[in-house]
Design a protein around this ligand. Structure first.
Ligand code: PEP
Ligand code: MG
Length: 533
């Protein structure tokens, strides 16, 4: 038996799995060349339509989160712009499989080398599309992984994830991958343990290592190949305690959150797409503390009607509970084609409210949709990336102008409370300039990266990017105190709000209102119940 090999990556979905490794990158079946270019073309056309059929079948049996991902893939596959280069290669004499691979690899390289995390994460979807068609071309299917296996490889395709039966356990360990990928989102919402960024295989894994069982600790981001008996025993204890913790947390889901001494804490959810609420029981949370709207923007900017319907859907789901919708925060790590601009330092550039104010014709569409939607529920609206009070004044003036216009046209509307995100240090340090805002919502993801000068999506400075650094906590505490003194409600909607390790410090800093990822709701409530304040 080989010596144990320990590899460290990054947790993309917390949990534990023990099982055989299954190599995701094993060789595909071979393609048989056709007699003529016309036959090659026909073979590729048939394979594309078979792959589209597989996707359509998978969409029928998937929930809304998964089907959104698959519909994106189907739309790409049906887009002539994607397939045309492969058909040109075939016309030049190439075999269908080589032509398809070459065309798609060129496309994938564009995504992989993008500076934006969002586009790099979409490379996995493009690889999935490539491999589905190659699979159809060779008439083959994927070899099914044994039940409970840890799927190990360069990256994993969303379709592969969805076709895998996770009921017997198992997990995912990727040499590359990204915690922002679609698969990572799916893994988190289904509780499948997953780690990414383990690095290249040259780290020393021999075939003998790969033949042994592996221990995946996706709570801390590590994997051990060929573990010793002692390691297995320790691992099992940690795994049991994690499961017990999660099981215990589930019991908190349906209760209102409160600390050990009974102090009530509001826990709302963060959503990005109206369909996110389909899988959340409204009774388990205190409303929506953050609805990000930049993800509504697909290939084109959504029109007023589409936005209005999206906002109404969430308001209807929430009933009397508040729904805080944030105006588009494009830019930074969330580029939107056709809206954001290429910048060498996008986190410090034209993003959030800066971009909306620079493109008022786009902003006004969203404002009208929000004013109309406000008639149908407890809507609040907030502006992202506010740095100076003039931005707040200009944004609220645009709301007033659009309200007057709707009124003149006899269209039903209502002015919602208008608040701001506190995520730029200038606001956290000098909040007095913003006393007119209806509420503050602390964006700890951005506030931390700007205070620590450590980009939120850069692994090499991840150790510096901590909300629990005294400098960040001191700012959060002073914003909370300012809110109390001036009767301005203060909440926090960054990822730290759902992190059990950060919750005690946030409550200690004076916060009583957190908004968390839906998958973190139970864990956050359980962590709050453990705090002695
Ligand atoms: C934040 O910065 O904490 C936040 C909630 O906004 P986003 O993550 O969308 O930038
Ligand atoms: Mg932010």
């Amino acid at each position: 038996m080989p010596e144990p090999l320990r590899l460290q990556g990054i947790s993309a979905s917390a949990g534990y799995a023990e099982g055989p490794l299954f190599d995701l990158d094993q060789a595909a079946m071979r393609y048989v060349r056709k007699a003529s270019a016309a036959d090659e073309k026909a073979a590729l056309e048939a394979a594309i339509s078979i792959a589209a059929g597989w996707l359509a079948t998978l969409i029928e049996t998937s929930d809304s989160e998964a089907s959104d991902i698959l519909e994106f893939q189907l739309a790409m596959l049906e887009d002539d712009a994607l397939t045309a280069p492969a058909f040109s290669h075939i016309a030049e004499g190439m075999a269908a499989d080589v032509a398809w691979r070459q065309a798609l690899d060129a496309e994938i390289a564009g995504y992989e080398t993008s500076e934006q995390d969002y586009f790099r994460a979409r490379a996995a979807d493009m690889r999935d599309i490539r491999d589905q068609v190659l699979r159809a071309l060779t008439g083959g299917g994927d070899i099914a992984a044994p039940a409970g296996a840890i799927l190990y490889g360069e990256d994993i395709a969303p379709t592969r994830f969805l076709e895998t039966d996770w009921s017997a356990g198992g997990g995912i360990a990727l040499k590359a991958g990204s915690a922002a990928s679609h698969v990572a989102m799916l893994a988190r919402s289904r509780g499948v343990p997953m780690i990414v960024a383990l690095g290249p295989a040259e780290l020393g894994a021999s075939p003998a290592h790969l033949a042994e069982i592996a221990l995946l600790d996706a709570e801390h981001g590590g994997i051990v190949l060929a573990p010793s008996k002692a390691e297995i025993a320790i691992f099992r204890r940690s795994s049991l305690s994690f499961a017990a913790h999660r099981g215990k947390a589930a019991a908190y889901l349906t209760r209102p959150a409160a600390t050990k001494t009974g102090i009530a804490v509001r826990v709302q959810v963060n959503i990005a797409d109206p369909s996110d609420v389909d899988s959340i029981d409204a009774a388990t949370c205190d409303g929506v503390g953050l609805m990000r709207t930049e993800f509504l923007v697909g290939k084109t900017l959504p029109d007023e009607e589409t936005q209005y319907r999206a906002y109404r859907k969430v308001l209807a789901w929430a009933g009397d509970r508040p729904v805080t919708i944030r105006t588009v925060d494009a830019g930074g790590d969330k580029p939107v084609p056709g809206l954001t601009v290429e910048e060498c330092n996008p986190f410090l550039g034209l993003r959030g409210i800066r971009l909306s104010l620079a493109r008022p014709e786009v902003f006004r569409i969203q404002i009208r949709a929000l004013l109309r939607a406000a008639m149908h529920g407890n809507l609040k609206v907030m502006f992202p990336m506010i740095a100076v009070p003039e931005e707040y004044e200009r944004a609220t003036a645009l709301f007033a102008e659009e309200q007057a216009d709707l009124l003149a046209r006899g269209i039903a509307q209502k002015m919602p409370p208008l608040g701001i995100m506190v995520e730029v240090p200038s606001v956290a340090i000098a909040p007095e300039a913003f006393a007119r805002a209806a509420f503050f919502s602390i964006g700890s993801n951005d506030l931390t990266q700007y205070v620590m000068a450590a980009a939120r999506d850069n692994i090499s400075v991840a150790h510096l990017n901590s909300v629990r650094h005294p400098a960040v906590l001191r700012l959060i505490a002073s914003v909370a105190a300012f809110g109390r003194e001036h009767n301005i409600p203060v909440s926090l909607c960054g990822d730290a709000g759902g992190d059990p390790a950060s919750i005690p410090a946030l409550l200690e800093a004076g916060l009583r209102d957190l908004s968390v990822a839906p998958a973190q709701l139970a864990m956050a409530k359980a962590a709050i119940a453990d705090v002695w304040i």
